[in-house]
Design a protein around this ligand. Structure first.
Ligand code: HEM
Ligand code: HEM
Length: 214
């Protein structure tokens, strides 16, 4: 007799956000490293080929995909399903505080108890929220660098970052968050999938998760 039942968890829009976000970051990080420190011989720039322009072009195409993904996530924080709304991951209720405590104990191997819930655990949810805020800063600093003379971006950019140099510094520094996050994220997704038969990894493809029958 089956002891688990299948529940719909993530909307198509959330899954679309996830893969637009994850894939664009791969391109943004690679081309970002190149923009920072071009590894080809710059003598060829503009003659036989134009690698810097190509890298910047890929960066901008990925940046628009990334910005659209950020807009989708903002929409879902407000209008998404019960698991996708921001209230589901904030440690403000007794249930969420308890989940945060249980997750910390389980992740540090102090306890084996797992708090079964359909949405993200609160620790993951907070890491995703922090990543979302970092993503908004990437978009703002990126567009400020892209359109330094457009009055809209100049206004926001100068107000938030002071000058181009600081925006670029912050843009570079935050890149490391996305790389570190991706490694820990993959590790924890696999760890959870191996320890709890909830179908966590497939949920980001299919939208469904498994829970014990009530
Ligand atoms: C996770 C997302 C992103 C990462 C990891 C990333 C990474 C980088 C890095 C490392 C650089 C080189 C800066 C340096 O000299 O150190 C850069 C430059 C730049 N990025 Fe991004 N970026 C991201 C998102 C965006 C977005 C959303 C935009 C929006 C348009 C953008 C626009 C730019 C621009 C305009 C430059 C400067 C290019 C130049 O100086 O020629 N980036 N990015
Ligand atoms: C093959 C690679 C990846 C797999 C299999 C994967 C898998 C997953 C899974 C299973 C979840 C849901 C986890 C949960 O309920 O807490 C998730 C969420 C998430 N992942 Fe990934 N992921 C991958 C790559 C990435 C990368 C590269 C990034 C960005 C650097 C990323 C960013 C996120 C974010 C922000 C969420 C939260 C979604 C939300 O806002 O609700 N993922 N991922």
């Amino acid at each position: 007799m089956a002891t688990y039942e299948k529940h719909h968890c993530w909307s198509v829009l959330l899954r679309l956000f996830h893969w637009m976000f994850a894939l664009s970051i791969v391109f943004l990080v690679t081309t970002g490293f190149y923009i920072n420190n071009p590894w080809t011989n710059t003598m060829i720039e503009g003659s036989l080929s134009f690698p810097m322009a190509t890298m910047r072009y890929i960066h901008y195409v990925a940046a628009y995909t990334f910005s659209a993904a950020v807009a989708i996530r903002l929409f879902l924080y407000i209008f998404g399903n019960a698991q996708e709304r921001i209230w589901d991951i904030l440690p403000f209720t007794k249930r969420n505080l308890n989940n945060l405590k249980m997750t910390l104990l389980q992740y540090s191997y102090i306890s084996d108890k797992h708090d079964e819930r359909l949405g993200h655990n609160i620790l993951a949810g907070l890491a995703y929220l922090f990543t979302f805020i970092a993503a908004v800063i990437m978009v703002l600093s990126g567009f400020f660098m892209l359109y330094p003379e457009a009055s809209f971006w100049q206004g926001w950019g100068v107000m938030l970052f002071g000058n181009q140099q600081f925006a670029r510094f912050l843009h570079h520094l935050l890149m490391w968050w996305f790389m570190i996050f991706a490694v820990i994220h993959l590790y924890l997704c696999i760890w959870n999938d191996a320890n709890e038969p909830e179908g966590l990894i497939s949920s980001i493809f299919t939208g469904a998760k498994f829970k014990h029958k009530a």
